[in-house]
Ligand binder design. Sequence first.
Ligand SMILES: Nc1ncnc2c1ncn2[C@@H]1O[C@H](COP(=O)(O)OP(=O)(O)O)[C@@H](O)[C@H]1O
Ligand SMILES: [Mg+2]
Length: 287
Amino acid sequence: MLDVEFKDLKFAYDDEPDKLVLGGVDYQAKKGDFVCLLGQSGCGKSTLLRLIAGLEKSNPTELLVDGQPVKGTSLDRTMVFQDYGLFPWMTAGENICIALKQKYREWSDEQREEVAKTWMNNLGLDEDLFDKLPNNLSGGQRQRFATARAFAMDAPLMLMDEPFGALDAVTKALLQDTVLDLWQKEEDRKTIFFVTHSVDEALLLATDIVVLGQAPSKVIHTHHFTPETKPTRDALFTDPAVNELRNTLTKIIDDEIQEKARRLQEEKASRPVQEAPKGLFGRKKSR
Ligand SMILES: Nc1ncnc2c1ncn2[C@@H]1O[C@H](COP(=O)(O)OP(=O)(O)O)[C@@H](O)[C@H]1O
Ligand SMILES: [Mg+2]
């Protein structure tokens, strides 16, 4: 069973070892969960995904994937980034094929191309786009390719870092529906960690919403939906219970932002005032 467990997970980057980004995250995601991570900018959401992906080193007792410590990257985990992460020097289609080549070495080029095109089709991409360079595609098309590549890899754990943040509203809604559909359709569902700054996106996609507090961050709020309570897109605008939940989540995040602003203000006020260096601003005008 592929679940993800954080046990008092702490983390600091090497360049500032005393400054904890994660200050003890406790959470367990079960196989097939669609976890949406919310929290103010800089609280460590991307860091958390990078740790799960094995791109940053974690303490072996504090982060377990499928019961095992994360020891580096693995084909069991794929990541989708906001900036698409496509190699600009190869065609969009080749970007999918080269990823498939890592996992399915025994496949022929034709097999890889066929699977790539099936996933392009699932993500609403015309086959003609296979030979285009990423730079000659729209933002929405690039994100579809990046998402197609991640699904084609068929990894049980998918990590998505604000993948639709830069897209226009219509493309975003289409891609949200597609991802939700693909995830729901699978009998053996993937576990997804999806970072977003949009409460509505979390309400629409998540089985579980996890809110992180300010750094050094911990989990400050969780909300679980059952299949019966999971909001549809229509319910986002019409259901009073969903509206109340939206308000609650927004307030929790807002309160954290206010609290951080207050702390920064206090820190600033307690610092000694520095005199401006003479000769720059302190010089008298000669005329
Ligand atoms: N590669 C890095 N090296 C050092 N510090 C980093 C690095 N990446 C992010 N940080 C710092 O870690 C904190 C959390 O960043 P991040 O995980 O990107 O937050 P979020 O995704 O929630 O906006 C920030 O203070 C950021 O400056
Ligand atoms: Mg981030």
